[in-house]
Design a protein around this ligand. Structure first.
Ligand code: SF4
Length: 249
């Protein structure tokens, strides 16, 4: 399978534009289908991502992959949808299949890992880090030009839509993000619908039986369905059969 594309704004190569560069091993560059329909944006890299220089490759990545596999219509992943207890023999291959077949690009609001707190727990990036990395994120969004954006956690959604609310209030309907266009004299902004759901790292902290797990699946399913509907309306592409309607809330 073809290698996933990684876009990086030229100003951010070896970037030192915020203090997150101090402890970074590697920038976790975004990766995926360069013409993706869905752009998934997380908050910040964790320790595995910092080590490997890729987004969502640790435990959070496993959760994200599982949820995407469940909502995917891809026939190559049918065996994993039927039996969620099957471990992926090659998680990278599953990620590749998802990115190409479901047309996904995955990145984070910041590319470098925020420091841990005094107890060794990961911390969120601060407003100054998001601001410093925003030109790079907008560049990636413009390059990919997705049909929809899916924010994992409230932080990316707030940065893009300026709506300062918790996930519980942001999810269930898309919010508008205005991204500066490449030709602001003709068109100042390009608008993208932003869906929001819980960050996989949050799900890992709550019991499997908590409703947020089902809701996350529902939110991802809805973002994929939105793409299906746009594809049908704009390009006459048949709506694919997905596993089933998401559970009612
Ligand atoms: S988080 Fe973004 S702005 Fe900060 S050092 Fe890393 S690449 Fe640069």
């Amino acid at each position: 399978m073809e290698e996933l594309t990684r876009f990086l704004h030229p100003d951010y190569v070896e970037c030192q534009q915020c203090d997150l560069c101090d402890d970074r091993k590697r920038m976790a560059l975004g990766e995926g289908d360069p013409n993706a329909n869905i752009m998934i944006i997380g908050e910040a890299p964790g320790s595995d991502e910092n080590r490997l220089g890729r987004p969502f490759v640790g435990m959070s990545g496993k959760v994200l992959t599982n949820l995407l596999v469940m909502a995917s219509a891809c026939s190559e992943l049918a065996i994993y949808r039927k039996d969620q207890s099957i471990d992926y023999e090659d998680p990278d291959e599953i990620r590749d299949i998802l990115c190409w077949k479901e047309s996904i690009y995955i990145t984070n609001a910041v590319l470098c890992r925020p420091p841990s707190d005094a107890q060794g727990k990961p911390t969120n990036p601060q407003a100054r880090h998001i601001k410093a990395c925003m030109k790079r994120l907008e560049y990636e969004i413009r390059k990919v030009d997705p049909m929809v954006i899916l924010s994992l956690g409230a932080l990316p959604a707030t940065a893009l839509t300026k709506k300062r609310k918790p996930v519980s209030e942001l999810r269930r309907r898309p919010h508008d993000a205005s991204i500066t266009s490449t030709n602001p004299d003709i068109l100042p902004y390009v608008h993208y619908p932003v869906f929001t759901t819980y960050h996989p790292a949050f799900l890992l902290k709550i019991p499997d039986s908590a409703p947020e797990w089902k809701w996350s699946y529902r939110d991802i399913y809805q973002a994929m369905r939105a793409v299906d509907m746009i594809n049908e309306r704009e390009f006459g592409i048949d709506i694919p059969l997905r596993l089933g309607p998401p559970p009612k809330e």
